[in-house]
Design a protein around this ligand. Sequence first.
Ligand code: PLP
Length: 428
Amino acid sequence: MGNTETLFERAKKVMPGGVNHPECAFGAVHGIPRFIEKGEGSQIYDVDGSVCTDYVCSWGSLILGHNHPDIRRMVAETIQDGLSFGAPTRLEVAMAELMVHMVPNVDKVRIVNSGTEAVMSALRLARGFTGREKLIKFDGCSHGHCDSMLVKAGSGVLATGQPDSPGVPAGTAKDTLVATYNDLTEVERLFAEHNGEIAAVIVEPVAVNMGVVPPEPGFLAGLRALCDQNGALLIFDEISTGFRIAPGGAQEVFGVRADMVTFGKVIGGGMPVGAYAARGEIMDDVAPAGPVYQAGTFSGNPVAIAAGLAQLTLLHEHPEIYVYTGALGKQLERGFRFLAQKHRIPATVGRFHSLLTLFFHNGPVTCGKQARESSTEAYAAFFNGMLAGGSYFAPSQFEAAFLSSAHTQAELEQTLLTADTVLAEMAP
Ligand code: PLP
């Protein structure tokens, strides 16, 4: 047995499924996970000596690639003075100032430790601020693993949400209403049926967690209008898109104002950081300024913030990074579209900026239901072929490929050459 197999056997004995994040287990692609020893730029190195071009990039956190020297330096300098204090530091203040400067329509930020925590806290704040309890989310959008978001649509017109995991109380799920992504009429209907009860609509402004599905023209503006008409807050969950699709995220790109925004991934520079932000009137409801309680031993941890602040500072000072990573996204999309056509594979590409999914589906894919019609078996064949050829994509059809400024056009060409061979073998 190689190191990989041995490690996975050991891991399975002491961790559920052998992993700490279900998607890492390779179950959907019928494989076993790679155990990574180090990352450098766009490359990852595993314990058996394989080197791959990485299109996962710590689930999108590493927009500057692995082991960026400026981030490493800032972390190394910070740890000289200790790891954690349980008291505020200069770094947190600088990080919050930079976020407020870069993101439109937000005055204040609360930093937490993960995306899930950011969403959970933002939803509590939305409920506290509005005095209402119900939420609207979209089928196929994922907002982490807090109970109120692990909810699927019930059947029937007036149905309320159903738990999407054992352990989620039915009472919690009933307050989450589920609509179809890109379908404003369903949202309108839910507002009408639950008049005066809806605290917030939470949406991935570009959906990433059903695979990449961009919003159709007018969808986000329509949500804004419906929230305004009904006194509800609009929450953009930008944990995957924040500081990735533009310095100011989806609000900047689509010109639609959100009431609250959640962040994770890129803001941590590879370390566990999340945040939620809004205008002052809303954020001042959070403890200790206001009555909505939320706290955390490690929130604003200096080492984590050092990494995040270094990454955000580079993004702020070098907006050309966004032009470059967006162009890489376009290159990969064009290549995949051309190859799918060449080999007559029923496939379509969902892409926004540097986020991309090759759906094994004839298309179009505009919502969760359509995304789920994709062939997960075809994706598994594609994934395993690409991995054998040295390109590491997400081990699930319903995830994005994430590009970084460390990727080169030549590496993408190499990946497309591998895809040419893999898709040729898959051709009908
Ligand atoms: N929301 C969105 C849009 C995400 O993409 C994710 C993670 O992929 C989360 C929430 C959950 O974040 P975390 O995994 O840091 O808890």
